[in-house]
Design a protein around this ligand. Sequence first.
Ligand code: ADP
Ligand code: MG
Length: 389
Amino acid sequence: MNLPELAAHIAAEFQKHYGRAPRWIAAAPGRVNLIGEHTDYNDGFVLPLAIERYAIMAADNSVAAGKISIYDAAFKENATIDISAPVTKGEPKWSNYLRGVLAGFQQRGEIIPALDVAFLSTVPLGGGLSSSAALEVCTVTLMEAATGKKIDPIEKALLAQKAEHDFAGVPCGIMDQFISALGREGHLLLLDCRTRQTELVPMSDPSVALLVINTNVKHELSGGEYAERRAQCAEAASHLGVKSLRDATADQLENAKTKMSEVVYRRARHVVGEIERTVHAAEGVRHANWPGVGNLMYASHASLRDDYEVSCAELDAVVEITEDIGYRGGVYGCRMTGGGFGGCCVALVKTDCVDAITKKIAADYKIKTGIEAAIFSSRPAAGAMIIKG
Ligand code: ADP
Ligand code: MG
């Protein structure tokens, strides 16, 4: 479903459930990171795009004072949030993404109106495409419509991030909420995670497309591994005498190699190289140098696999398949995207070859792993928006 179809669909779902038409409709996209992995908590750069998959909400004022009723139109489930007192965590689990945002509004001293809400999402859940940020940013955007108070997109992203920290218990960086709030159609977002400066990088060449390949696996070792990587990065930075790895060059790292363990050195080599690759990739996108961008993506994957050790057999299988298809078959580059240990790959491909490449990856991935991949293509999509109201 494209966005206008999705808006019509959620309006119809609202009508069916509440017996009247909605007054407001708001949407916010999921995202995929083209390059810049495990750089965010090292004060580096990331280069994500919003994808044409959205969380969408329809709403109207409610006569039931002091509460917000929410209908999940995909799972046919209801939730009620008490807004007459400070909003707390509660059931069902997904309601916490909305609760966190509402609590943030209360902390800002805003009066939250009683609402009836219907929502659904076309962002795959738990696949590393940030269905959680889409839900949070969509909630902020809906509240923007319902209260009539414009919220600066950066403030919107930070409010959503706080909801993820405090109510979902995920100590995420700023990438997911920033791209969901600030994305623009036909553009990537180069985000400096240190200064929070953003730059929209146009990617309007119709001859290239992005494929998202979901491995449909999630290996549950990511929690401890994530903390360990962060600690190793901090250790490397302290050996180098810098605040964070953002401040280190490849030469500095080589010179200090003997000061640290081999593992810590390799972790740092990934981060320092990846920050550089991300800046170069943004430059490549600006100049439509697709083979150059593709090579940086392959290099990013190799570094995440060998130096940072956050890939897995399924992600590697997808990248190997795309390497076999190669430039002649229309693939410029491919890499794992997201934290790792499963989730998705992103590939940069020739638009003309999308169908053939999709079929080939699906077939070969099934043979190699026995698993069905989920594959879709997306142009860089628009960020959060009020569709009605
Ligand atoms: P990701 O953000 O990469 O999709 P997360 O683990 O951060 O993965 O968030 C996934 C969780 O978000 C799901 O397990 C679910 O609880 C919640 N969620 C997001 N969107 C929806 C939705 N439309 N309906 C129900 N739950 C959702
Ligand atoms: Mg998430």
